[in-house]
Design a protein. Structure first.
Length: 272
């Protein structure tokens, strides 16, 4: 059995199918780990959701910011963005079943020394703490009060973790860390404006994974979200968003031996 971690798909179903062919995916013997952002901006979000849902236990998915955006729109909260391509999902006859399935995905998954998240892990969190905090949000999102949670999910504050946080402030920090984080301060204050590659950001911001003393360095963090970062494959880190949506590649890494598989994606215009 092999496990393949796959970068942000964002509705690019055809690219995903070609990537699965590239490593001869066996739905009986192999497992797929998806870093989130299954949907949005690409041409076939509905097809992606149906394909991955139908894989059953062969697929592990964590939620990304675009996946949460879809859930919010479906509940009439949040606002549509220019470039959204979610109408087919929202109008589908099986939308309720697909959205329920999506709402029951994880925010973080840990196994065999790997920690799967969409965007990042706050530097003060160990892998064990990260999984515990993710479970707090998962319980609310999968519960009866999930719509109220989605109504109050958006916002940048608080910007830092504090064990004393409660209520929506606590849940919002957890969601922002797992689905939006790129840069933070050495003390763990999150910054959401800068999206460029490391070296383009002003002081004092650091890539979350390079903060000195990060508590999760004993675990290999597997994530996506950051297309300007590109592929990183180092002992403590696997970054997998290689810009499929923007005409670059869709990438997978086989976790057992770190072999990289990638397919070229149809050219699209990069955002300005």
């Amino acid at each position: 059995m092999s496990t393949y971690a796959i970068g942000d798909i964002q509705g690019c179903r055809d690219s995903l199918l070609r990537l699965l062919d590239a490593f001869a995916f066996d739905a009986v013997a192999d497992r797929l780990w998806f870093v989130g952002d299954l949907v949005n901006r690409g041409p076939d979000s509905l097809g992606v959701l149906r394909l991955i849902r139908d894989l059953g236990d062969a697929a592990i998915c964590v939620l990304g910011n675009h996946d949460l955006h879809l859930l919010a729109l479906a509940e009439g909260v949040g606002r549509a963005h220019k470039g959204d391509t979610l109408d087919a999902v929202l109008a589908a006859p099986d939308r309720d079943a697909l959205l329920r399935w999506l709402r029951h995905r994880r925010l973080a998954w840990g196994e065999r020394g790997f920690l799967l998240v969409h965007a990042g892990v706050l530097p003060g969190w160990s892998a064990e703490a990260a999984l515990a905090h993710a479970a707090e949000v998962e319980a609310v999102l999968q519960g009866a009060a999930y719509r109220e949670f989605l109504e109050h999910m958006y916002g940048n504050a608080p910007t830092a973790w504090d064990d004393a946080l409660t209520g929506m402030d606590r849940l919002r920090v957890i969601v922002n860390a797992f689905t939006r984080l790129r840069y933070c301060s050495a003390a763990g204050d999150m910054e959401f404006r800068h999206k460029g590659a490391p070296g383009s950001q002003p002081a004092p911001w650091l890539p979350w994974f390079d903060v000195p003393g990060r508590a999760s360095t004993d675990t290999t963090c597997v994530f996506g979200h950051w297309s300007t970062l590109g592929l990183i494959n180092r002992p403590d880190l696997i970054a997998l968003d290689t810009g499929c949506l923007w005409g670059d590649r869709l990438t997978a890494v086989r976790l057992e031996d770190r072999r990289v598989f990638a397919v070229a994606c149809p050219q699209r215009q990069r955002p300005g």
